[in-house]
Structures are given as C-alpha cells and as structure tokens.
Design a protein around this ligand. Sequence first.
Ligand code: ATP
Length: 356
Amino acid sequence: MKTYKIACIPGDGIGKEVVPAGQTALDTLARKLGTFRFEFSSFDWGGDYYRQHGIMMPEDGLKDLRDKDAILFGSAGDPHIPDHITLWGLRLKICQGFDQYANVRPTRILPGIDAPLKRCRPEDLNWVIVRENSEGEYAGVGGRVHQGHPTEVATDVAMHTRTGVERIMRFAFGLARSRPRKLLTVVTKSNAQRHAMVMWDEIAVQISKEFPDVKWDKELVDAMTARMVNRPASIDTVVATNLHADVLSDLAAALAGSLGIAPTGNIDPERRYPSMFEPIHGSAFDIMGKGLANPIGTFWSCVMMLEHLGEQAAADKLMEVIESVTADPKLHTGDLGGQATTAQVTSAVCQRINGA
Ligand code: ATP
C-alpha cells in the first residue's frame, strides 16, 4: 500500500489545535479508503522553540523535511516575538528554502456560510488566487542605516526576476486553463511602479501567447479590490505579486465568510521539494487553547494536499464531507457565528467520512 510521509508543523497558537485535527481527518480518510496510508512526523518548531533555542527552527531543519511527500503547517506568530522573526524564521525559511514559488489560494462560499456581500450568490464567487511566493516585496532585500537617529533610512527593495515572473505567469495561465472558465486576471500596479510591474505586464503578454485558449485581462491592484466586491462573478483565476496577492487573498477569505475556512498551498510545481499546505489564518492567540478554532481551513488545505499527491478521489470525498459539515449551522464555530468546538467539527467530519 502506498505510504505518504507527511511532516506536521503545528507552529503557534491555534496551529497546535487545527493541525492535529487535520491529521485525524487524513488518517480517518486513509483508513476508510484503504488504498494508501499516512506516516506523520511532527516538528515542534515555532515560538516555544524560539524561547528555548533562540531560533524558530533548527538551522539545518530543512533536511528533516526534504524526504517528505508534503508538509502540513499550522501557523507562525507569537505575541511576544516580533512578527518578522516568526515569519522569516519558519514559514518563509521553508517556502524559500524549498522554492515553493506558487502560493495557491482557492476561495469559494461554501454551503451554509453567510458571506458578507449582499448581492453575491455562492456561484458568483469561485476564485483561485495565485501568489508569487519566492521574490517580489518579500525578497528580504533592504536594510537600515543610522538607526535611531533623525537621519535613519530604511529600505525594502522588491526583487522581480524575469525567471521568477515567467514561471509564476506560466503556472497561473496553466491553472486558469485547467478550470472551466479558462479566465485569468493579471494584477499589477504598473501605473505607479513603472519598472518591475511594467515587466510583469510585458511578460503576461508574452506568456499568454503559449495559452491562446485562455482569456485574460489586466487590473491594477487598487481597482481589483473594488472589482472583487462589486463584480465578483467577473473573476476566476488571479495572479499577482507576493505582497499584492497577500492582501487580495485576505480580502477574498473575508468575502467568502471567514478567515477560518480559507486554505492555501505553497507549491513547488516542479516537485523538486515537498510542497506545504496550511490554513491562511494566523495563530489567533485570542482563542488559542480554548478548543474554539475552526478547523475547516486546515481540512480544505488537506484537500489541496491530497490533490497534489495525486489522490483526487480522496480529495473529492473530503471536500464533499467538508461542504456537508459547513451546510449544518449546528457545526459552525464562533467565527461563523456558531457555537461548535474544534473537536465537534472534527468528529462530524470523521463520522461523515466513515459514512455515519
Ligand atoms: P498572526 O499574527 O499569526 O497572523 P492573528 O491572530 O493576528 O495571527 P489571524 O489568526 O489570521 O490573525 O486572525 C484574526 C482573527 O480571526 C483571530 O484573532 C481570530 O479571532 C479569528 N480567526 C482566525 N482564524 C480562525 C479560526 N480558524 N477559527 C476561529 N477564528 C479564527
């Protein structure tokens, strides 16, 4: 029987609650289907590890993940540790170390979810946002001089390479082609950012020629926020820079009803390294340890992981179960206006996997 080796990194806050829930759902699914199994290895990296060791994960930690088929990640964030340390020391170290250059974020209004847009029907909002995940504004290039003096200068330089933009554009056009509407919106800010963003626009034109069957258009990022609210049905697949897509996908998650539902995959499309799947929410310290976290974002991330592993039937089954659970308001957690606990949602998912 095929065994998938999965690294589990719960990280901080509610990551420690939702990742075990994800493992339980995956295990239940594997047992039910009986055609593959999972071998999980857990890593205690994150804020607590930082307090003990002064780093978020071991310097050479990537070597422990290298032979895994995929990584299931929770969140990184700690109220007592600066955000740039938690982000760069763990999540970005893995994304960049494994060149997971395509961050894929599907958004839909799942059954039973009361989304905030009054005039938006569930069928009007079915998007996938592709975020460039290896460079751009998150390249880490910049510095500070004269710290603390009136003359202090700080720079963050966005790095956009032709290779980086071509590969994410090709990935996004390919993803758009694989979806029924074959429709891609390329988001930039080429009116104000007149160097790199103009190169993005040029590369979009160039790569579009490889995908003549994909319809595509361009939008400035500020206009895109308004379009997402006012004309959601005009959007299908979206590609944008690391920072722009980061912002747009939080908006997308909110428009779909809750941050607690949205999933993401950090993908190495060439499959040289393991890809990493995680809910898009953060560590949510306000509710941690109370058993109130919504595990649906993690379950949906598990669906993406199963698709990446080539287990499409298992992915479809888990997604069907997730939708049947969100359709029941008694199984809504607090972020959705309900009172269900993480454990209740997880056990409902497992029961339905088992056909109960
Ligand atoms: P971080 O600093 O790690 O990004 P954060 O707490 O600032 O984390 P998020 O965790 O992304 O930000 O979410 C903001 C708020 O949304 C949380 O404080 C929490 O109240 C709510 N929330 C997010 N995810 C969930 C979830 N899975 N279940 C329930 N509520 C959630």
